[in-house]
Design a protein around this ligand. Structure first.
Ligand SMILES: *Cc1c(COP(=O)(O)O)cnc(C)c1O
Length: 382
């Protein structure tokens, strides 16, 4: 459980991110403990949080990286990750991004369309390189998550539809600078049940049998990420159930003896270690409601505005046990700039520090400068 050094916070300009590095390390230990099989490779989805200090801890835990842009490939290299542990996904890779990845000999492109495959071939040929690729397949598995973050259904910009897969695999075999290594999947995010992952395994089993029947074998399977965190109970459940997660794949996926299994976890690794710390500017009395107006907005944490997500809100300063209902809102000139509606908080006043919990993933990294605001700074435990 995160214990906030509130005294220390008093002297620091708000808003800022606070990272409990013990939670991060404990989380990484759990990942290591349950993914220790020789053929398992865990990549950290760097888009969740690319704070250099966070990255150095993840690198020291020997994870690889999953990138979705050239900037992320560069950030991973800058943080000292080995290129042979970097994979590169994304529906819209620019030529410079493909070149950067080839120059640095990253381990694999997760290719999302035939058009992209042809461009990678062209660029690899011009550089006299061979590009190792996995095909991102759209397995048509419903992740039962928010529609903005489900990615594995048929009508989706991500991945290659099953009907087109045979043809693209043929192209991979023909193209001289393409080395097809395997299949890649990613069905969505914030998945808190094991059932969608089990369905994914069964789908992969089907596909593997189909391709083996026509003489095609894959060296690797990449099942993506998507394991969720408990946003409602960050102190009770600071670490996701990695045991069940990895066991679901172990028990359901018919991996061949020569195959490597790759995972790409983002949120589940960094989500619970971060909180956004903000100060109450004003308590505004409405007709029927009270508003706690804070100095953080969706510029620092956009998930509530973008995905209707909810982060637990804690008042770190209040000494009373008497409570009141507040709409907790930010200063940005948009109605969607709201962190909570009718939140029950201890009586709250100007100057109180609030913590928006479980904000380690898709928080700081999605910060913007809208309204000419400064990007948030970060503070670390110890
Ligand atoms: C975002 C993403 C991930 C990580 O998703 P999480 O839900 O944060 O685990 C993994 N793989 C790909 C291709 C992604 O786009």
């Amino acid at each position: 459980m995160t214990i906030f050094p509130v005294k220390e916070f008093e002297n620091i300009p708000t808003p800022f991110y606070y990272y409990d590095l013990n939670i991060l390390r404990e989380t990484l230990n759990e990942v290591a403990k349950h993914s220790s099989r020789d053929n398992y490779h865990v990549h950290y989805a760097i888009k969740a949080n690319a704070n250099p200090q966070i990255l150095s801890i993840i690198r020291d835990a020997h994870l690889g990286v999953d990138c979705v842009s050239g900037g992320e490939v560069q950030a991973a290299l800058n943080a000292g990750f080995s290129p042979d542990k970097i994979v590169f996904a994304g529906v819209g890779k620019s030529d410079w991004e493909i070149k950067l990845a080839l120059e640095n000999n990253i381990s694999c492109f997760n290719v999302e369309s035939e058009a992209e495959l042809e461009v990678i071939q062209e660029i690899a040929q011009s550089m006299d390189k061979s590009a190792t690729v996995a095909l991102r397949v759209n397995p048509n598995v419903d992740a039962h998550t928010h529609h903005y973050i489900t990615t594995g259904l048929a009508e989706n910009k991500f991945g290659i539809n099953l009907e087109m897969l045979d043809h693209i695999i043929e192209r991979c075999i023909i193209l001289p600078n393409i080395n097809l290594q395997g299949l890649h999947f990613h069905i969505g995010s914030q998945i808190t049940e094991t059932e969608p992952f089990k369905k994914l395994c069964l789908k992969i089993n089907e596909l593997q049998s189909h391709y083996e029947n026509i003489g095609i074998k894959f060296n690797s399977i990449n099942v993506g990420g998507g394991l969720g965190i408990d946003y409602d109970n960050p102190d009770e459940n600071p670490i996701p159930n990695f045991k069940d997660y990895f066991e679901t794949f172990h028990n359901n996926l018919e991996l061949r003896p020569w195959q490597q299994l790759h995972f790409e976890l983002g949120r589940s690794i960094v989500g619970q270690c971060g909180s956004l710390i903000t100060r109450v500017l004003y308590v505004k009395e409405g007709v029927k409601k009270k508003f706690a107006i804070v100095d953080a907005g969706f510029t620092e944490l956009i998930r509530p505005a973008l995905y209707q997500a909810h982060h637990n809100i804690e008042n770190l300063s209040s000494k009373t046990t008497d409570t009141e209902h507040y709409d907790v809102v930010g200063p940005i000139c948009e109605s969607s700039d709201r962190f909570g509606e009718s939140e029950i908080l201890p009586i709250t006043s100007r100057g109180d520090l609030l913590a928006l919990r479980s904000a380690g993933a898709y928080g700081e990294i999605m910060a913007s400068q809208y309204n000419c605001r400064n990007l948030p700074k970060s503070l670390f435990s110890e």
